[in-house]
Write a protein that binds this ligand. Structure first.
Ligand code: CMP
Length: 140
């Protein structure tokens, strides 16, 4: 195992439901250290670019609409094997498939409105962290 950083987004469904604090606490309680965090509302161009990997998928436009409907919390989380561990703590993409006690099982309501996003590889974590945070914000 080695210390990694991953990009986490608490999505608009969870923020508007007042669950951002509980979810960040959940991550901390599971040993994911918050290196940096920011509340922001994604612009359409930011959401299109962030999810560009999905641009051929039928849900792309709907996902972009959802991700721009209200504020999100973008965070950099750190732990041993943070990328895979954070995904384990979030649970399966579809909340109905997510294990009991995971963030998506607790707070998600559909495969799209699934409360949180996490990087899916170390390479993508580095790209996604750089998308939202500058070097000076990542010194903590
Ligand atoms: P996320 O981890 O943010 O990565 C891409 C997102 O696309 C995913 O979580 C879901 O919110 C969404 N997504 C993935 N598959 C589907 C699907 N079949 N229908 C609608 N949204 C989806």
């Amino acid at each position: 195992m080695s210390i990694e950083r991953t990009l986490s987004i608490i999505k608009p469904d969870a923020v508007s439901a007042g669950k951002a604090g509980a979810i960040l606490q959940h991550f901390e309680d599971k040993g994911l250290r918050v290196v940096a965090s920011r509340k922001m509302t994604l612009s359409r161009s930011q959401a299109l670019a962030f999810y560009a990997v999905h641009k051929e998928r039928p849900f792309y436009e709907s996902l972009v609409e959802f991700m721009t409907e209200g504020p999100v919390f973008v965070s950099v989380l750190e732990a041993d094997s943070a990328v895979s561990y954070h995904r384990e703590v979030m649970g399966a993409t579809n909340p109905s498939d997510a294990s009991d006690g995971t963030v998506r099982a607790l707070y998600g309501s559909s495969i799209e409105r699934n409360a949180c996003h996490g990087s899916d590889s170390l390479e993508n974590a580095q790209i996604e962290i750089g998308f939202f945070f500058s070097g000076a914000e990542l010194l903590a």
